[in-house]
Design a protein around this ligand. Structure first.
Ligand code: SAH
Length: 218
């Protein structure tokens, strides 16, 4: 993705600075936040708010995730001094996080269950001509067995637990990060590292707020 000289260039760096101020330190992640023009993934009416560190509506009762949370999750997926290899994202939405991931990973697969959002992401991403990103319309709860195993899996929607198919499709040594709902109101970020074929290490992190992980496609 070329860092185009456009109207929002200064805003992109300012957003990366806001994300840094929330505690994200991983340099390449901050650089990716400073590179992707977030407004390009939103309706023109929302452009004035595009560089605020908040989640915003994208239609179909879904949101574009909060940049500092996107960055925090991507930072946590990184192992020391390693690039992200093959990544699976569940919940493409408008495609913003997929674009950020494409700058940090070898390959990105992103699954969305709402057809109009899958189509929207495709349209929003087309001008960037990203060649290491594949968008898939389907139910991410089932993962993407045809492309597994994944070095990293990131969920952009909160379920009551982490789907078994996703744990199965994580490479040994790989990391998964997901918001997990404890009840109607509370969610926590959970990181899972696969230590061996049978052993997973689970760490509970920050309180977060995401849209729900839902099954089936619409
Ligand atoms: N990654 C987006 C966030 C989109 S919000 C960003 O860059 O901002 C989360 C998305 O997850 C929604 O679009 C929602 O439709 C989708 N989602 C929820 N359950 C899903 C499932 N089972 N499979 C695929 N996508 C799902």
């Amino acid at each position: 993705m070329k860092p185009a000289a456009e109207r929002f260039a200064g805003h992109r760096q300012a957003l990366a600075d806001k994300v840094h101020a929330t505690g994200v330190k991983h340099l390449k992640t901050l650089e990716a936040i400073a590179t992707v023009p977030r407004h390009a993934f939103m309706d023109p009416g929302m452009h004035p708010q595009a560089y605020e560190d908040t989640a915003l509506p994208i239609g179909h009762q879904q949101t574009i995730s909060k940049p500092s949370v996107v960055a925090r999750m991507i930072e946590l997926l990184h192992k020391p001094r390693q690039k992200l290899g093959k990544v699976l994202e569940i919940g493409t939405g408008c495609g913003y996080q997929a674009a950020v991931l494409s700058l940090l990973a070898d390959e990105v697969y992103s699954v969305e269950r709402i057809r109009p959002l899958h189509d929207l992401a495709r349209a929003k991403l087309r001008p960037f001509r990203i060649n290491n990103l594949r968008l898939i319309y389907g139910d991410g709860i089932l993962g993407l067995p045809q492309a597994a195993p994944f070095d990293a899996i990131i969920l952009a929607a909160a379920g009551l637990g982490i789907p078994d198919a996703l744990l199965d499709q994580l490479a040994i040594g790989g990391r998964l990060i997901a918001p997990v709902a404890r009840n109607e109101k509370e969610q926590q970020l959970v990181m899972v590292e696969r230590m061996s074929s049978q052993r997973y290490q689970r760490t509970v992190l920050d309180e977060v707020f995401f849209v729900p992980l839902q099954s089936g496609v619409v």
